[in-house]
Design a protein around this ligand. Structure first.
Ligand code: GTP
Ligand code: MG
Length: 584
């Protein structure tokens, strides 16, 4: 179909805007009537884990969600648009290639549109009328992707009264806004749920993550036509915060499966292949080449680093148009299975995600976690700690992994590299917990539990849901759920663990004190979760530690005093409000 009217589509020049500095994505969603309603409907049926045990609607299996999302992403294109664009004309122009199922706009170095067609043929139709740009001073590499650049043929012809794309911001709240929301909440439970609501990945952010994987799959597909690039980690395990990285898994296993089915008779046909000494070397070679492709041919892929000597070799890069920091791995099927397990735990009870988000934000606010690799606790470890804690409640809020294994049927059986990764995948068959403890209690008890945990001799084990003797001497031992001889927190130093323990104890103590003396909501004083997220808690702790002479009780008293005075100080900023740091 020919493209007429509005403008001129060009494939984005490779490495375009390479020199621009990345900044957090500000997400904007079209509010166009039926489309917004579609998005909401989609949200309800998408399988995104947003409900707890109270919700009796059937929940989709992880694999079903992944399949649906991937198909959706294949019918989707990413378009860099002129800033002032008429949404109506834009949609009319694209509709020449087929009906549009969904679209939204967001801002990240300009205006972008994510457009999902009803049929995949529409994408090919659009590509067929798209030209490769001609440059004056640079040369374009003519890679035909699904990432386009829309230009106006004659910008002056756009009437100024024409309504532009109607957008609203979908980014996570500023620290100040979050603080206000938390202070205005009615209870600590309300605070935890508010934090979850404000920080969880939105429908559109999730779509953009799957689309980014799909675009990378197109590039890897040039070498391995049947490969898939799947998101894993917090992008899909239901514990992702807006702004979290995008972990991708280049899955080459499907290729082997195809050929196995196609054999017949007494012959077996095999491809001639190059052999290398080990799986690890094969992984390194594949990632090395894909890394080069991303660097040289990948529109919008910048800052490509090949980190091939890591335990799990990876290619790290920024996808500029989406704003995501991406980690591409291959041969990492166990991590995908871990994501599925966490997805199930996140879906079993509405308290799980609320608690995990708050603990992650608390840890980030006090620099217990970091985006830089080092001796810190990771978000993955923190999530496992929360799951373990919830398994230890009476009655348990979450079942053990061994129990989930006993519920598995033949189809659930999964062995990866000799490790038994079997567990029930249909979460509708898992009975909800009878435990009715409040989030407030759980938050307090989490801090108390880990403030007093015998880390020196015990290991955290969600497979059995009980403490076990540590098999080795790392300060923190959290058993890898599937590769059970491994410790997922081997990197954590004694001093980082001690900092975690100190902060957990003090946070428990602060919550306990506030039980007796909670400020009234009208006072706009930090309370509950807001107090725990104030950086002043950590700073005071560091100061107190430096002095070190005072007994703990006195330090805690000082700490409380400093929180009170800091909240008074903070509340006198230009807007009369204090600030909370929870941003990653
Ligand atoms: P954030 O990116 O911090 O939001 O959380 P994440 O869960 O995505 O963590 P990360 O990006 O560090 O790792 C991605 C996934 O890799 C995790 O969800 C786990 O499935 C897996 N993973 C991370 N660290 C380890 C580890 O030490 N051992 C194992 N076996 N898997 C890990
Ligand atoms: Mg991640």
């Amino acid at each position: 179909m020919a493209a007429r009217g509005l403008g001129l589509l060009t494939l984005l020049p490779l490495c375009a805007r390479r020199s621009q500095v990345l900044r957090p994505i500000h997400r904007l969603l079209s509010r166009a009537g039926t489309v917004a309603a579609d998005v909401r409907r989609e949200e309800q049926s998408s399988g995104s884990v947003e409900t707890g045990s109270e919700d009796r609607t059937p929940k989709k299996k992880f694999s079903e969600v992944q399949k649906e999302r991937r198909e959706q992403a294949k019918r989707t294109v990413l378009i860099h648009c002129p800033n002032k664009i008429s949404e109506k004309k834009f949609l009319k122009y694209l509709s020449q290639h087929g009906p549009i199922n969904n679209h939204f706009f967001y801002e990240s170095f300009g205006l972008y549109a994510v457009v999902e067609f009803c049929q995949q043929e529409s994408v090919a139709s659009l590509q067929s009328v798209t030209r490769t740009p001609s440059m004056d001073t640079e040369a374009a590499i003519p890679f035909r992707s699904r990432f386009f650049n829309l230009r106006l043929k004659s910008p002056s012809n756009q009437p100024s009264e024409q309504p532009h794309a109607q957008c609203s911001s979908q980014s996570s709240p500023s620290s100040k806004k979050l603080f206000e929301l938390l202070c205005d909440a009615e209870s600590i439970d309300d605070q935890l749920n508010t934090l979850l609501k404000e920080f969880q990945l939105t429908e559109e952010n999730t779509r953009l993550r799957y689309l980014t994987c799909s675009l990378i799959e197109d590039i890897a597909g040039a070498y391995f036509p049947d490969c898939t690039v799947r998101p894993f980690g917090s992008s899909v395990n239901s514990f992702g915060k807006l702004g979290c990285d995008l972990d991708m898994f280049l899955d080459l296993d499907e290729i082997g499966k195809f050929s196995a089915h196609k054999t017949s008779g007494n012959f077996l046909m095999e491809f001639q292949v190059k052999n290398v000494p080990s799986e690890r070397i094969a992984t390194q070679k594949i990632l090395s080449v894909i890394g080069e492709c991303l660097d040289h041919f990948g529109p919008g892929c910048v800052g490509v680093q090949k980190i091939l000597n890591a335990r799990c070799p990876l290619v790290r890069f920024s996808h500029q148009a989406s704003g995501f920091q991406c980690d591409l791995t291959t041969n990492n099927r166990i991590a995908l299975k871990s994501s599925e397990l966490l997805y199930i735990y996140g879906a079993l009870d509405s308290r799980v995600r609320a608690l995990v988000f708050s603990i992650r934000c608390w840890a980030r606010a006090h620099s217990l976690t970091s985006s830089i690799p080092g001796a810190w606790i990771t978000n993955f470890s923190l999530t496992i700690m929360v799951i373990f804690f919830l398994q230890r409640r009476s009655p348990p809020i979450l079942p053990t992994l061994d129990y989930l294994k006993t519920l598995a049927d033949a189809e659930d059986k999964c062995i990866i590299e000799g490790h038994n990764c079997t567990f029930i995948r249909d979460l509708n068959r898992i009975k909800p917990s009878g435990n009715t403890e409040t989030l407030e209690l759980l938050l307090k008890e989490f801090f108390e539990y880990f403030g007093n945990f015998a880390f020196n001799k015990n290991s955290i084990n969600i497979r059995q849901g009980r403490e076990q003797n540590k098999p080795e001497s790392s300060p923190l031992h959290i058993q890898n759920p599937f590769e059970t001889s491994l410790n997922i927190s081997k990197n954590v130093s004694q001093s980082q663990l001690q900092k975690f323990v100190d902060l957990a104890r003090e946070s428990a103590w602060i919550l306990q004190q506030q039980d007796q003396d909670r400020p009234s909501p009208s006072s706009h004083q930090p309370w509950g979760l807001a107090t725990l997220l104030l950086p002043s808690v950590a700073n005071s702790l560091c100061l107190a530690k430096k002095k070190k002479k005072k007994p703990a009780s006195e330090r805690i008293k000082n700490l409380l005093e400093s929180i009170k005075s800091s909240s008074a100080e903070n509340s006198t900023d230009t807007n009369g409000k204090s600030t909370v740091s929870t941003q990653p």
